[in-house]
Design a protein around this ligand. Sequence first.
Ligand code: NCD
Length: 306
Amino acid sequence: MKELRHLINITDLSVDEIYDLVKVAEDIIDNPEKYQDKCARKKLATLFFEPSTRTRLSFTAAMMELGGNVLGFDQAASSSTAKGESVSDTIVMASCYADIIAMRHPKEGAPFVAASHAGVPIINAGDGGHFHPTQTLTDLLTIHKKFGRFDNLTIGLCGDLKFGRTVHSLIEAMLRYKDIKFVMISPEELDLPDYMKEQLDDAGVEWKEMRSLDEAIPELDVLYMTRVQKERFFNEEDYIRLKDSFILQKKMLTPAKKEMIVMHPLPRVNEISVDVDDDPRAAYFFQALMGKYIRMALILFMLGVK
Ligand code: NCD
């Protein structure tokens, strides 16, 4: 029997596979009608043990646009988790009812455990403060649409680099391309975890830390803003003290490159002022749209649909 493919970390996909996914997503954007029945009679289960708007809805929309069906739950409280069922039992059950599973869980490593029990492909839709590979695919499609390349980019990552799983997966993806530089902009308490810093050093990638967003902006091609991850804090005081550490305002974009793009996985809280939204460099709503197309390409790939 063919071994099941899962997507737990972004590095489960090779650089070539990512490129192919981006190309398929771009073809879907140009020729949606070619794809509308590709997943007829297939079912995607979305098992979300943590809140989500974009990820769950874009997975749902993606499967619908492929002609497939979707089942699942959007909070642990409405599943048998509330009765004490283990993740592995829930996954065994869902494998009986669906052809592919996208799951989000507050515990780091839960999708990895799930994959070892699953009878169908598992897609990690975010595990705690760890990883979020499908957001990264979304980010890569956005970058490719805007720049037409993945190499030779200076990427500023701003906000909660400690708990921000989208940042961790994006770093893992980008450090495989040529001439990438990272600028980490965060309060000291929300610095990138050591295991991520080690990965950067091992890969020999150029990176630095800055404490001022204003000083970082002029050299960036991509400014990736993130929300301070309230739900991962141990006490509210720390969150309140740190939540508004960086707020991007329109006037701060004056010294930025004309072709720079501002990205954000969303939801935003306060970290991008609404006056940035109509700046041509604001790419975050476009990015959310890209999430649907890349997930369509991913579902096709993981189900082995040609
Ligand atoms: C992100 C997440 O869930 O990690 N959201 C998303 O999937 N687009 C970012 C966040 O919640 O801050």
